[in-house]
Design a protein around this ligand. Structure first.
Ligand code: AQP
Length: 330
């Protein structure tokens, strides 16, 4: 059975981009893969400055993982700070990481351009991410398109460490493969048409109450083509979000697409498309929304899940760390 690792930062409320780009894949894989899904709490410190808010966000990500449908009987769910050896692995990897590799990482440039402080943590965060990944010897890493470069960095660092401290026949780190969805737009746009991000205030949270959720969806950017004119769905943000949820080949996407291209006699405007997206979200996440309310009132259960997840992850991470230390001469 192939082993899988992935995680999300508790840097704010999860949104449809996180779901379509990452969580949806975790859920689809958990029946026939050995799963490790964590909350990247150390990573969130590259932006978080309010401890109470971070603590709350960490718990919220776990609740949301469970509400979306991650099953702790099939998926080990844990917090990054419960396996602190990953920071030691990050140090070992940083010692074989050429500086230019970090200079080329686009996420640092993107995030500082958006106003995030240019800390050393933010600059070297792909190395910590590589340590998270390599720490459990996974075969596959399901992520959104925006993370493709980081998985390449992970593979490069693993190869460099193996080259210096091990042999091809007996490597320290297994080289994992990225798994990126290709059946819909790879990067889900936010309500402003840019990449949907927790920290850009352009996300759609599928757990919002109905009224504010509808209001939020109605704010998605659109052009001014009149209702009786054909429209290009591929240039429209609402359609891109819709297909990110259901997949481009889904019947519901085909029906919506047809209305853009061939508007009915009484017209089809962007407001109609947004209403269709609103209804889709209520439909797709109906069960998850109910489950989340129960989970919010069951902190004991959430702690149990995290304890079991941390135990399973710690066992793996300890073995990998011991291997890396010994190979490096420590
Ligand atoms: N817009 C997106 N489209 C597709 N996939 C996305 N992901 C995030 N945004 C989109 C995927 O979700 C996972 C979460 O990664 P993360 O939480 O570690 O950080 P991120 O990619 O930086 O996510 P955000 O929401 O944009 O957070 P902030 O604002 O804190 O930086 C990854 O698999 C990512 O590909």
């Amino acid at each position: 059975m192939k082993r899988v690792l992935s995680g999300l930062q508790p840097s704010g409320q999860l949104h449809l981009g996180n779901y379509a780009g990452a969580i949806k894949q975790f859920i689809a894989m958990q029946d026939d893969h050995e799963m490790f899904v964590f909350v990247a709490s150390y990573h969130a410190l590259t932006s978080a400055r309010d401890a109470d808010e971070l603590r709350a966000n960490i718990r919220q990500v776990v609740v949301d993982y469970l509400a979306f449908g991650l099953d702790p009987k099939k998926t080990n769910i844990y917090l990054q700070q419960d396996v602190p050896q990953v920071t030691e692995l990050a140090w070992l990897l940083s010692c074989v990481c050429p500086k230019h590799m970090m200079d080329k990482a686009t996420s640092f440039k993107d995030k500082t351009a958006k106003g995030l402080a240019a800390s050393i943590g933010l600059y070297t965060y792909p190395i910590l991410q590589a340590a998270d990944i390599l720490s459990v010897d996974p075969d596959l890493v399901p992520v959104g398109e925006d993370q493709r470069q980081h998985i390449e960095i992970t593979r490069d660092l693993a190869q460099k460490f193996n080259h210096h401290f091990a042999s091809e026949e007996d490597p320290v780190f297994k080289i994992p493969d990225a798994m990126i969805r290709t059946d819909s737009g790879a990067v889900v746009p936010g309500i402003d048409g840019q990449k949907m991000s927790k920290s850009y205030n352009n996300g759609i949270d599928p757990f919002m109450d109905e009224k504010p959720l509808r209001k939020r969806i109605m704010k998605i950017v659109s052009d001014s083509t009149p209702v009786d004119q054909p429209k290009d769905p591929d240039c429209d943000t609402t359609y891109q979000i819709f297909t990110a949820l259901v997949g481009k080949d889904d019947e519901r996407a085909a029906v919506l697409r047809d209305k853009y291209v061939n508007p009915p006699a009484d017209g089809f405007g962007y407001g109609h498309a947004k209403q269709a997206l609103f209804e889709l979200i209520l439909d797709e996440f109906g069960e998850a929304r109910k489950r989340r309310i129960d989970l919010m009132n069951d902190a004991g259960y959430v702690e149990e899940v995290l304890k079991d997840g941390a135990a399973a992850a710690s066992e793996r991470v300890a073995a990998v760390t011991a291997r890396a230390r010994a190979a490096a001469g420590l």
